[in-house]
Design a protein around this ligand. Structure first.
Ligand SMILES: Nc1ncnc2c1ncn2[C@@H]1O[C@H](COP(=O)(O)OP(=O)(O)O)[C@@H](O)[C@H]1O
Ligand SMILES: [Mg+2]
Length: 109
């Protein structure tokens, strides 16, 4: 949200029990993400910032998937962005961190 004038609002919501997952939903009132970029932002080294690295979201999705979950983005351009971390509930067979570590040694992608 750097470079945005005015109020910067971030909302954090947790959702339990939906579809046997737990979800952490983080929304902001930043510039949003163009629809054509909604999947590209998860590609390693995709960045729209002058000095960006483009690894943050790729790594976060990789970790989420290693735990049997995923990371999704949604946005209305000009209004904000919404990121949804989806993880399987532990009592529904979710992957333990120890098991996930063994599967997360492969490269990004
Ligand atoms: N909250 C957000 N609002 C709008 N665009 C975002 C947001 N988070 C990430 N992006 C877009 O996704 C791209 C990739 O993000 P990231 O993987 O964290 O790498 P970096 O921050 O180094 O650019 C950013 O360059 C930006 O275009
Ligand atoms: Mg980043």
């Amino acid at each position: 949200m750097e470079g945005i004038d005015g109020p910067k609002n971030v909302s954090v919501t947790t959702v339990y029990g939906y579809d046997e997952t737990v979800q952490l939903v983080v929304g902001d009132t930043g510039p949003g993400i163009p629809a054509a970029q909604l999947e590209r932002i998860f590609e390693p080294f995709f960045t729209t910032k002058e000095n960006g690295l483009g690894l943050g979201l790729a790594i976060c999705r990789k970790i989420a998937r290693a735990h049997g979950g995923t990371l999704l983005a949604d946005s209305r351009e000009g209004e904000g962005a919404l990121f949804r971390l989806v993880l399987p509930r532990a009592d529904k067979g979710g992957t333990s961190p120890a098991a996930a570590r063994q599967t997360s040694t492969a490269g990004l992608g």
